[in-house]
Design a protein. Structure first.
Ligand code: PEP
Length: 265
């Protein structure tokens, strides 16, 4: 029986001001019960993190940032380091495709951010995934391998097991006009990622590490992804801004965790 707890994470991206973020959290709090078999992570903008940290029910929700600067302090005007986020967030979304694509984040940038997050006791949600062209060119495995190996470079096996991997095929993300994938087709990539973890860090680390799926996940398709053997949760973009959709995703994940005793705690 695996001990991997299902993780449902919302990436709010550059949406919602502080009061809108607060309204969303209050709405979610009303709709979502305490589920010990799930971890629910909300990813607001930096601006809302401090107030939401005071407002949320911490037994129900955890917070994630969407980025961070890899150096702990210094004259880096406008940046927010992981050291400054220590104690405020449990997780940080790192290497999201919108950062790799719009902000030209390199493999080295992602590696340095993962290391800085770990150094500051923040668990990275490391996003990896291929473009449509890379998939057509049959380069998916190579891309996933390169993104994974370089981001985890230099971490110990114990540190790696604190990382959550989010497999997000870029062609399936709504931001990039993606179309939902066929859930059954995604198991192969999720299994490949776990196999890479096993080869690099040993089977115990691979068995402990959570791998999420992300890409146009909503309340209608979430269960199909969660049912995949190597899927330990979902990273949700657009649907995480809707009280109704996100709470339904959580409730479906809870139902799923009950029927599949292997994923309940
Ligand atoms: C994302 O951007 O991480 C994402 C999965 O977005 P969406 O669910 O909107 O496709």
């Amino acid at each position: 029986m695996t001990t991997r707890k299902i993780l449902i994470a919302g990436n709010w991206k550059m949406n919602l001001n502080v009061s809108e973020a607060s309204l969303l959290v209050h709405g979610l709090d009303k709709q979502i019960a305490n589920h010990h078999s799930l971890e629910i992570v909300l990813g607001p903008s930096f601006l809302s993190l401090q107030s939401l940290n005071l407002e949320i029910n911490h037994t129900k929700f955890k917070l994630a940032s969407q980025n961070g600067y890899p150096i702990d302090e210094g004259h880096y005007t406008g940046e927010i380091s992981f050291a400054m986020q220590r104690g405020l967030v449990d997780y940080a979304i790192i290497g999201h495709s919108s950062r790799r694509i719009y902000f030209n984040e390199t493999l080295d940038d992602v590696k340095n951010k993962v290391k800085a997050a770990i150094r500051n006791d923040i668990k990275p949600i490391l996003c990896i995934g291929e473009t449509k062209q890379e998939r057509l060119d049959k380069e998916t495995k190579q891309v996933l391998h390169d993104q994974l190996v370089s981001a985890l470079y230099d971490l110990t096996a114990e540190e790696v097991s604190r990382v959550v991997i989010a497999y997000e095929p870029i062609w399936a993300i709504s931001t990039f006009d993606g179309e939902p994938s066929n859930p059954d087709d995604m198991q192969r990539e999720l299994a490949y990622i776990r196999k890479q973890l096993a080869d690099l860090y040993g089977q115990a680390v691979a068995d402990d590490t959570r791998i999420l799926y992300g890409g146009t996940v909503d309340d209608m398709n979430a269960t199909s992804y969660l049912a995949l053997n190597d899927c330990d949760g979902v990273l949700v973009g657009a649907a995480s801004l809707s009280i109704d959709k996100f709470s339904k995703i959580v409730s479906k994940a809870y139902d799923y965790s009950l029927t599949k005793g292997k994923k309940d705690d």
